[in-house]
Design a protein around this ligand. Structure first.
Ligand code: SF4
Length: 211
């Protein structure tokens, strides 16, 4: 795909999605980090429902630690893998207090050293909380990047590197949310909505849904 087409794709996505932001509810980088950890194999909606009760009682690492693993489980038991998530979150809060003064670090290596935080979660926090030009590739972005031809790749890492290398500068910061929301609502896994897709003429997917 050439640079002009790539730019046009992002321009159109930006027009179609005027507010490219996370659908998770949070008020601080710490709350975003917790919401992202909880969202693994869970829906944003389900996470928001749990954190609407959790964050008022445990808005900070110290308060979360005071809640304890068992206390935390009560708030998140409707979410998949809640036992291991509760364990990771409590260990993470302890580390945040011991090593980072209760703040969420801004460096990738420090983020990835926290329990339950992998590359994808670190990328989301760096991009969404701190405005870094990182692109966390989830299942939606992986699909959209491959179908459209924006950044074909067999692995998440390949797609991430492809997107970081080729996304037009003006869109690097918003690319993550533009592509996620496009994948979630238009370029859906089954039966993508090609007839109403704003980038249909630019997309290189050979098996588009017919009108
Ligand atoms: S045209 Fe279809 S396959 Fe291409 S991006 Fe749009 S919805 Fe996805």
């Amino acid at each position: 795909m050439n640079a002009a087409r790539r730019l046009a794709i992002f321009q159109r996505l930006a027009e179609a999605i005027p507010e490219p932001a996370s659908e998770l509810h949070y008020a601080t980088p710490f709350q975003l980090l917790i919401a992202v950890i909880l969202s693994a194999q869970a829906t944003d909606k389900g996470v928001n429902k749990a954190t609407a009760r959790l964050f008022p009682v445990a808005p900070t690492p110290a308060a979360m630690l005071a809640l304890g693993e068992e206390g935390l489980r009560e708030y998140i038991k409707s979410i998949g893998l809640f036992r291991s998530k509760a364990r990771h979150i409590i260990a993470l809060c302890r580390l945040l207090l011991e090593r980072h003064g209760g703040e969420v670090p801004r460096r990738r290596e420090e983020l990835e050293a926290l329990p339950g935080v992998g590359r994808k979660t670190a990328n989301v926090v760096l991009n969404t909380a701190y405005g870094e030009p990182t692109i966390a590739v989830d299942t939606h972005i992986f699909r959209v990047a491959n179908r459209t031809g924006l950044a074909p790749g067999r692995t998440v890492r390949e797609v991430e590197l492809g997107l970081e290398k080729t996304t037009p500068r003006a869109f690097v910061k918003d690319a993550h949310h533009l592509l996620i929301l496009h994948g979630r609502y238009t370029c859906t896994a089954r039966k993508p909505k090609c007839p109403v897709c704003p980038i249909a003429e630019l997309c290189e997917y050979p098996d588009k849904t017919p009108p």
